[in-house]
Design a protein around this ligand. Sequence first.
Ligand SMILES: Cc1cc2nc3c(=O)[nH]c(=O)nc-3n(C[C@H](O)[C@H](O)[C@H](O)COP(=O)(O)O)c2cc1C
Length: 328
Amino acid sequence: MTTGTALTAADLRLLAEAGGLAPSLHNSQPWRFRPTPDLLGLEVHADPGRAVPAADPDGRAMHISIGAAVFNLRVAAARLGREAAVRLLPAGEDTQPRAVLDLSAQARSPRPFGADLYPAIAQRHSSRHPFTNRDVPEALVADLITAAQDEGVTLTVLEEHGVRRVLTLTSEAEARIAADVTREAETRRWLRLEPSYDGIPLAALGSHDRDARVPMRGFAGHPPRHTTPAGRFEALPQLAILETHFDGQADWLRTGQAMQRAWLLATVHGLRASVLHQAVEIPDTRWRLRDPAEGPAHVQLVLRLGYGPSGAASPRRPVEDVLDPADG
Ligand SMILES: Cc1cc2nc3c(=O)[nH]c(=O)nc-3n(C[C@H](O)[C@H](O)[C@H](O)COP(=O)(O)O)c2cc1C
């Protein structure tokens, strides 16, 4: 028999607000949160109406985004003094929900992730600004690696040759994506919904051997809105890749949790991040992102890390739009 204290309306609101602040492809926010009938847990559903099919035909990025929301829920549960026992895909692949959190038990530790990550949920933003040339300290790199590893995901901060390989593949993918009219239209649709969204000014990264033009993701042939001179960007960005052994929906959900855990920890330490996703969106550039010396891992995400402005908050759907009623 289940015991535990039922979640109140305020608890559910706090959870849904935290989950909804997760990062997502094009800020699509492809999640819905549904209280379990006993009010001792929360189901996380994919919202099919928020899919981005041209850029993300398999729903890989959608699951990464949902995974990030699940991690925020785990942090928020700790804030409520609850332990979060998570089951991914409890009814199998392609059947909702994507995850269910049993929140019936009291938290065993007030800081289950080693640091209080809760304030970082609201402080974290994608920072697409120039970063300084300051290196991420080795000790923090080690903590980010451990954070991802605890979620079953390998995080690697790339050496110079790896960074150059990823930037070259990202530029190649960017050009191919820009030439795809279906994707262009899809990106524009999301950008209209999310006006603060800007892509990474790719030509500015590694700018010492590129021209100073700053192409924008999904804006090929149109004047870029981003006007920061390329010279102000770090010459060689610090990039981390997240990889998994397998490539199924559960791996994508784990990637999202690992990304968010590392990103919140980075935020606590004043480290900023943004996502460089273009090369992962095309199967052959994604395959070539792997370090050929490193076995058959599947690259899931590229994060740019560094020190600089935090980035602005981007809009979120109202809680009422993402949280189903308790009796629903
Ligand atoms: C799977 C995934 C892919 C993303 N791809 C990109 C990208 O290619 N370029 C970019 O600038 N931001 C990318 N983002 C970041 C989102 O645009 C961002 O999370 C969203 O706009 C919400 O903003 P926030 O992170 O500041 O809360 C990606 C995020 C996720 C989860």
